[in-house]
Write a protein that binds this ligand. Structure first.
Ligand SMILES: C[C@@](O)(CCOP(=O)(O)O)CC(=O)O
Ligand code: SF4
Length: 395
């Protein structure tokens, strides 16, 4: 891979050990994937934040780094709401470690507004054609597919390296040739809301890491696209998809028709809705969690409307970013008046607080795919309306 004299200099350690390590990671990836060189990135989003997922080894690695990031950089959700961790039942030992992780990242100049939806935040918006180094898989999918920006699914360390260097290796989804659809997916019945998550849950398994072109009977909103992409990145490894007539590149580029077509039937979606993932038993869900990926302002509004004048009986988590929650205090208040909790900085998957529950009801195909494995809690998907009913919010 070609490096400029300045980049060679960094690789030789002339600018310190942290930048040398970061450059070494970028060059190693570039060499493996045949990159021709490095390209500047507009921002970085760094996963590997929850103490639950990175543990002491991760904390040690981050703590050893020095210097300041060169581009706006932001963290993925952590294991707890930074302000309400006690109420979540988080142990003080865990909280202490989590705060140390956050402080170590902050020392490098990284924003500790922990979220998987950085695109809603001031300073992290992206536009079509921007090069990014993001790592949370739903954020990667949204950036590539819905925004038309360009990012690979970076690992935590490679996103952090890109943040420190301000560049990433030019391979994969940064290149036109890898953004071409290689499989068609046809859905000829109308979909809405959580149907897109259920569709993504099924489609991801069949698509693997290919690039699908969807032909849909209904026009998804950006929140519905967010749910579709998140689920496909979880049940499969889809980092970029197109929707005919909807997503930016599908509208701009004349792609050839892929050789293979997958058709997804309504009955397949119905089956997902009927199944409890992770258990053979007909369990009663004792926690309901929405906001995977983190809620948009529109989603928070919809939840507030559905909960209006109701009191819930079960634990109901609404996950979003602190910045979005702070922007709409009245909406948050309307939601919390029902007894549900609007939790920030964290989510149902990366927090240890959901472990030990009987069964979790979700409206997300991604949470459905991850909760059983990562929290050891069986999960069931339902529409947002059903989720709220199950939380007892039909009184
Ligand atoms: C499950 C996920 O959304 C969050 C957990 O990742 P991490 O702990 O931030 O590395 C990561 C992903 O899908 O990219
Ligand atoms: S809310 Fe969902 S998409 Fe966001 S970090 Fe958690 S698991 Fe990932």
């Amino acid at each position: 891979m070609y490096l400029t004299a300045e980049e060679e200099n960094v690789l030789d350690g002339e600018q310190g050990e942290t930048l040398r390590k970061a450059m070494e990671i970028l060059v190693a990836l570039g060499d493996i994937y045949g990159a021709d060189g490095l390209i500047p990135v507009k921002s970085a989003q760094i996963a590997g934040v929850s103490y639950k997922t990175i543990g002491d080894a991760g904390l040690e690695w981050i703590s050893d780094l020095e210097g300041t990031v060169k581009v706006p950089s932001i963290l993925n959700p952590a294991g707890m709401d930074m302000l309400r961790w006690k109420e979540m039942g988080i142990e003080p030992e865990f909280a202490e470690k989590q705060l140390e992780i956050i402080a170590a990242y902050e020392k490098l100049g990284i924003s500790s507004k922990c979220t998987c939806t950085p695109y809603y935040l001031e300073g992290f918006s992206a536009t079509c054609g921007d090069h990014l180094a993001w790592s949370e898989s739903s954020a990667v999918s949204y950036a590539n597919s819905v925004i038309g920006a360009r990012t690979n699914r970076e690992g935590g360390p490679s996103a952090l390296s890109a943040a420190l260097v301000g560049k990433t290796a030019n391979y994969g989804y940064h290149l036109d040739e890898n953004r071409v659809p290689t499989v068609s997916v046809v859905v000829d019945h109308e979909l809405s809301g959580s149907d897109y998550g259920a569709l993504g849950y099924i489609a991801g398994k069949e698509i693997g890491n290919r690039v699908p072109m969807f032909h849909l009977a209904s026009t998804p909103t950006s929140d519905e696209l967010k749910g579709l992409g998140a689920a496909m990145a979880a049940s499969g490894a889809v980092a970029l998809y197109h929707v005919e007539g909807v997503t930016p590149e599908a509208k701009q580029v004349r792609f050839d028709k892929p050789d293979e077509t997958i058709t997804i039937q309504r009955s397949q979606l119905d089956e997902v809705y009927e199944t409890i993932i992770g258990s053979e038993d007909d369990l009663e869900c004792d926690i309901v969690a929405v906001g995977c990926p983190h809620c948009s302002p529109e989603e928070l509004n919809k939840i507030a409307d559905l909960l209006e004048g109701k009191k819930i009986e079960k634990e109901l988590w609404v996950c979003t970013s602190r910045e979005v929650a702070q922007r709409y205090p009245d909406v948050v208040k309307r939601i919390e008046e029902s007894g549900s909790k609007v939790l920030c900085d964290t989510c149902m998957v990366v927090s240890p607080a959901t472990e030990g529950h009987n069964c979790m009801m979700v409206n997300s195909g991604k949470a459905l795919a991850y909760v059983p494995g990562m929290c050891k809690v069986p999960a069931k998907i339902g529409s947002l309306e059903t989720c709220i009913k199950r939380a007892g919010g039909d009184n």
